[in-house]
Design a protein around this ligand. Structure first.
Ligand SMILES: [Zn+2]
Length: 257
């Protein structure tokens, strides 16, 4: 029997049986675990108010060797990130980020980096929603942590760094210049889009960009992520609905901000 005592973020929770929660937690040292919180839905006392999404907890859990399902023994609140709940778009972004982390981090991957990354994002989200470029930076970072970062430095075939146009080859996971042969699953990119992607990957902020560039990069990264996890993320639909209702409100009021 293994026992852990460490900080963790609650990524997802599902009702289990009559009175339990099944939790997906990202622990600081142990990485991602599934755990049952016995009686947590029936008794409000035992884990009072700490098993909400986006909460950072100090937990004690034991692995009883039952198909990888841990048992939560104790949980104390470190940080609830309650300010996120004051803004619907920030909630949607936090939901997307936690679902993305859940999908990209494998159980048994004992790496403290995703935990630190997620905590810093949740802290940032208390100040309000992320920008589109912030979200792309998050997606790139998660791809990198999963070991499948897109290769954006040079043409994969000849090594050149400068080209008038580029194709992103989805099978090879990187850029190919017009002079080199490329596979059938590719996306055409201009130098501006490649520069923006390289800047995002390098963590630069305040870059010039256009809506068209951003949309193309968003599509490309979503395709890379979906290929990695084998399904679309649920939180993305909520983000789409929010964007649509925002657009609707804008056309009704005649504003153009
Ligand atoms: Zn080339």
């Amino acid at each position: 029997m293994r026992r852990i005592s460490e900080a963790a973020v609650l990524l997802q929770r599902f009702p289990m049986g009559e009175s339990d929660w099944r939790l997906i937690l990202l622990c600081q040292h142990t990485g991602k675990i599934s755990a049952v919180a016995p009686g947590a839905r029936r008794s409000k006392k035992r884990f009072a108010g700490v098993l909400d999404l986006f909460c950072e907890l100090d937990l004690v859990a034991v692995d009883r060797g039952r198909g990888g399902l841990w048992r939560l023994e104790e949980a104390k609140l470190i940080q609830a990130h309650t300010k996120i709940r004051e803004d619907l778009v920030a909630i949607a972004h936090a939901g997307y980020v936690t679902e993305l982390v859940d999908a990209m981090v494998r159980e048994g991957q004992e790496d403290p980096e995703p935990y630190a990354f997620l905590c810093s994002l949740l802290t940032r989200l208390e100040q309000g929603p992320l920008t589109g470029l912030d979200l792309r930076r998050v997606e790139l970072q998660m791809l990198e942590q999963a070991g499948v970062a897109p290769a954006l430095e040079n043409c994969l075939a000849c090594g050149t760094r400068q080209a008038k146009s580029w194709a992103f080859d989805h099978e090879q996971g990187g850029l190919v210049c017009p002079a080199c042969p490329k596979g059938p699953h590719r996306e055409e990119l201009g130098q501006a889009e490649v520069d923006l992607l390289r800047g995002l990957q390098a963590g630069r902020s305040g870059m010039a960009d256009s809506k068209a560039n951003q949309a193309l990069i968003r599509r490309l990264l979503i395709r890379l992520i979906d290929a990695q996890i084998g399904r679309p993320l649920k939180a993305r639909e909520f983000l789409r609905q929010l964007a649509r209702s925002k657009e609707h409100a804008r056309t009704r009021t005649g504003g153009s901000q």
